[in-house]
Design a protein around this ligand. Structure first.
Ligand code: FAD
Length: 473
């Protein structure tokens, strides 16, 4: 291996092949559920270096784990414990190559931090709408690798819908340049869509051309207390009807999830907590291309109708951008508050919005009946039918023992219910190494067969993120 590591040092420079010292930032996943051991962490500076590293790995038969910001929640970006895989960190590929205002697009390198891309777009008077709580550290390459969702999907779609083209280094070390930035291109299989959401198992995304949008003239945010999940879904229907394409965000949060924010982030003022007739709160956002007055009128009209209907009990509309940010900050603090509270079992599920109330009623009752003391942290992107239906260890007792003894069972109960309601066990976090067995169990055999065939055709040596998404071998 010494000769191989020397070869990597020649390609990227000795300072960018890390083999010693504290590598925890690259070897451990964000949730600290898994720590592997890397043969080396390799940090190329550009596409040519990525291609040369991949070629060297293909010759030496060394497996590669692509990594961006390492904020993924399915253990897909960290090495296994064998000490034989390299982590290929893309964070030095961080240039915005080109902004095309007339085409409403920009071409950016994979390691660009999402928040910096939002800021770049804003400086041009444009909007890059992908937004999620990890935006200060996740990269666009990781967003594409996982087809990330986030808080604006209801209007702008997932990362896939925001992407016009990719540059990819194949497992053989060749470079595919698909960065034409075309909105229409029906010339054969859509390779871009194959790589998006492939979690580093088919190749390495080194750059992407992404869509930009006009900045909305106004953005209004409201926080509403609702009497049930049924009411929240009814409000969603009304918001679609009355705000149309102006509806840019629709989040739901259970009161227990919010109580964790109150407990662990006392500096945040969370509206309508402890209101017993309101088990859920909803955060809605309305963007308007005309004016703030127009946006406010439409928003207030919607809320009036919702009060009359009874699907909203109480509501506040942010009076300033700062207040709107505060409301979003509360929503985005739930995962951190949950982590502060201690160990928990996460589920990132999607179900048709119309079936969510029945699913929640069924599964809440099931878990409460089957598992003593269980605490449900339910929140998510209701506008996309996506819930983070999480289970916190009971307040009393040892959370580690709870996870050891109950995680399998909790997962079984939740995922069986998801299947029964026609949903997906992974809405936006991907499969990673964490849910390989779930893909085997819940994906159709025909779909699995096609996925294995694609993997074998593109990566016959099985060196691209082995053990992620599909089982090794
Ligand atoms: C607080 C918090 C909130 C979150 N909220 C959301 C949310 O609302 N919606 C959502 O979808 N996700 C969310 N996530 C999950 C995570 O942020 C996203 O999955 C994000 O897209 C991962 O980006 P990353 O750069 O950190 O990728 P990493 O974690 O480094 O990698 C993720 C996967 O992509 C692969 N990959 C990374 N870079 C490349 C590349 N250049 N080419 C090919 N494959 C690559 C990796 O091998 C791995 O399989 C959240 C995470 C946290 C910690």
């Amino acid at each position: 291996m010494t000769a191989f590591l020397d070869q990597l040092r020649q390609i990227v420079g000795a300072a960018y092949v890390l083999t010693e010292g504290d590598l925890v930032a690259w070897e451990q996943d964000w949730r600290r559920r898994s720590r592997g051991k890397a043969l080396a962490v390799v940090r190329p500076a550009d596409t040519a270096q990525v291609a040369a590293v991949v070629k060297a790995c293909a010759q030496a038969k060394v497996a590669i784990v692509p990594q961006g910001g390492n904020t993924g929640l399915s253990v897909g970006s960290t090495p296994d414990g064998s000490g034989t895989q390299i982590v290929l960190s893309l964070t030095r590929l961080n240039q915005v190559r080109h902004i095309d205002k007339d085409n409403l697009s920009f071409t950016v390198e994979a390691g660009c931090i999402l928040q910096s891309l939002q800021e770049t777009a804003e400086r041009e008077g444009l909007l890059f709408p992908l937004s999620l709580a990890a935006e200060g550290s996740c990269t666009i390459g990781g967003n594409l690798g996982t087809n990330a969702g986030g808080t604006q999907v209801v209007r702008y779609g997932n990362t896939r819908e925001l992407c016009l083209g990719l540059e990819v280094v194949t497992p053989q070390g060749e470079v595919w340049d698909g960065l034409k930035g075309l909105r229409k291109d029906n010339t054969g299989y859509d390779l871009r869509d194959l790589f998006i959401g492939s979690e580093g198992t088919l190749g390495i995304i080194t750059a992407a051309t992404m869509k930009l949008f006009p900045q909305p003239a106004a953005q209004l945010t409201a926080w509403a207390a609702v009497p049930s999940m049924e009411a929240a879904v009814r409000l969603l229907g009304m918001a679609h009807q009355h705000l149309g394409a102006g509806l840019t965000g629709f989040e739901v949060m259970g009161q227990f999830a919010l109580s964790l924010v109150v407990r662990h982030m006392p500096q945040l003022r969370v509206p309508f907590t402890g209101q017993e007739d309101a088990p859920y709160c909803v955060l809605l956002e309305n963007s308007d291309s005309e004016s703030e007055v127009h946006a406010r009128e439409r928003f207030e009209h919607l809320l009036e109708l919702a009060f009359e209907d009874g699907c909203v009990l109480d509501a506040v509309v942010a009076e300033s951008l700062a207040q709107a940010h505060e409301l979003w900050h509360i929503r985005e603090s739930i995962p951190l508050a949950q982590a502060e509270e201690g160990l928990n079992i996460k589920h990132d599920i999607s179900i048709a919005a119309s079936r969510i109330p029945a699913f929640v009623a069924h599964t809440d009752a099931l878990l409460q009946r089957e598992i003593a003391g269980v605490r449900l942290v339910n929140f998510g992107h209701l506008g996309d039918g996506n819930l983070h239906y999480n289970v916190q260890a009971p307040a009393e007792g040892d959370p580690k023992a709870f996870l050891r003894d109950q995680e399998e069972r909790v997962n079984h109960l939740v995922y069986e219910a998801v299947a029964e309601f026609g949903g997906s066990f992974s809405a936006e976090h991907g499969v990673g190494a964490l849910k390989v067995d779930k893909l085997e169990k819940y994906q159709s055999p025909v779909a699995l067969q096609m996925m294995r065939a694609v993997k074998k055709a593109l990566d016959p040596q099985g060196l691209m993120n082995p053990g992620v998404m599909l089982a090794k071998g």
